[in-house]
Design a protein around this ligand. Structure first.
Ligand SMILES: O=C(O)CCC(=O)C(=O)O
Ligand SMILES: [Fe+2]
Length: 332
């Protein structure tokens, strides 16, 4: 189909070299998905104490024990989510050549459209997915594409409010002021990432998305019912089973640093499926590039850094090692 990125064609050389090599074939050996991710009902935030207080505690405990949790009654309507997914599908079903020139067509920043990892030098770095990575600041420029633009705007507005509520609760629980984010991190430079995982004929050899931690304060994800997302818990990979009424929330590197390691930014990845395609939509809650990330807790685990410095370090590390090293680069 002309909308599919040419994964096999581009990955061919690496695959020929490595297929059948058993040392590279143990991708899923460590999956043991028995534990259930916390599922938190945000409805309780509208109730009187002690119910409200209990819910706040559940959120902060999940953020420190798991770094990940699911939320229901989150206030984002099915209408908003379905509209987003339907626009997302239309976008991905454009011919591949159009997607490659999406930045010019939609008037967007470079690298909004990404696919796989054409620069991979070994099988472990291949990923079987494509994504549109929209900076929220770019969305108002998409005047020619009204329905996509309005879906992104509605989704972003609701997600931003939800993320704001969650970070305020999480801030309070680590003795920061609840308005810390409003006072220190405006303007925000959050973004939306639309992901598509095409059916993968070699799903036992490659991942849909490689294991990574997010560079955000907080990420909120809507996933369809296919499944494939896994997170690392106590050294084991655990499946995040799809729940159609839930959103998945995870702590990003910036909040781990800001909370002085109380909240955990956890590695996660997506397993590729052989027969079906999968969609997910992520909202990354982030500050402006020159925002300073520094915990007030003592002794500090990390030196102070700006998001710009963090991103630069990440880019250099990915270029040199194929992998983002992340927070350990900034340990004092
Ligand atoms: O598709 C998913 O379930 C996860 C996506 C993800 O981790 C990301 O976009 O950073
Ligand atoms: Fe992620």
């Amino acid at each position: 189909m002309d909308f599919e990125p040419p994964f096999l064609k581009i990955y061919n050389t690496l695959l020929e070299k490595n297929l059948g090599d058993n040392s590279e074939n143990d991708l899923y050996s460590k999956v043991e998905g028995s534990e259930e991710l916390p599922l938190i009902d945000l409805e309780k935030l509208n109730l009187e104490d002690p119910k409200r207080e209990e819910c706040m505690k559940e959120i902060s405990e999940a953020a420190s024990k798991w770094g990940f949790f699911q939320i229901i009654n989150h206030g984002i309507s099915n209408e908003i989510l379905n509209k987003m997914i339907s626009e997302q599908k239309k976008l991905f079903y454009q011919p591949f050549v159009n997607k490659l020139s999406a930045e010019t067509v939609f008037n967007l920043s470079p690298k909004t459209y990404r696919w796989g990892n054409p620069c991979a030098t070994n099988l472990r770095q291949l990923s079987w997915s494509e994504a549109f990575h929209f900076a929220l600041t770019d969305i108002p420029n998409m005047d020619q594409h009204i329905t996509l633009r309005s879906s992104l705007e509605d989704f972003a507005t609701r997600m931003d409010t939800l993320a704001e509520n969650l970070v305020e609760i999480l801030a309070l629980k680590v003795n920061m002021k609840s308005n810390h984010f409003q006072e220190n991190y405006l303007p925000k430079s959050s973004f939306i990432r639309l992901n598509r995982y095409p059916p993968c004929p070699i799903s036992s050899e490659v991942f849909g998305l490689l294991a990574h931690c997010d560079t955000s304060f907080l990420t909120i994800l809507y996933q369809d019912s296919v499944g494939g997302l896994q997170l690392m818990k106590d050294g084991k990979w655990v499946d995040v089973k799809p729940n159609p009424s839930a959103l998945v929330v995870n702590i990003g590197d910036l909040f781990q640093a800001l909370s002085n390691d109380v909240y955990k930014s956890i590695k996660h990845r997506v397993v590729a499926a052989e027969e079906v395609e999968r969609f997910s939509t992520a909202f990354f809650y982030c500050p402006f590039n020159d925002a300073v990330i520094q915990s007030e807790n003592k002794p500090a685990v990390y030196k102070k850094f700006t998001l710009r410095e963090y991103r630069q370090q990440t880019l250099n590390d990915v270029k040199e090692t194929g992998d983002k090293v992340g927070l350990s680069r900034f340990v004092l």
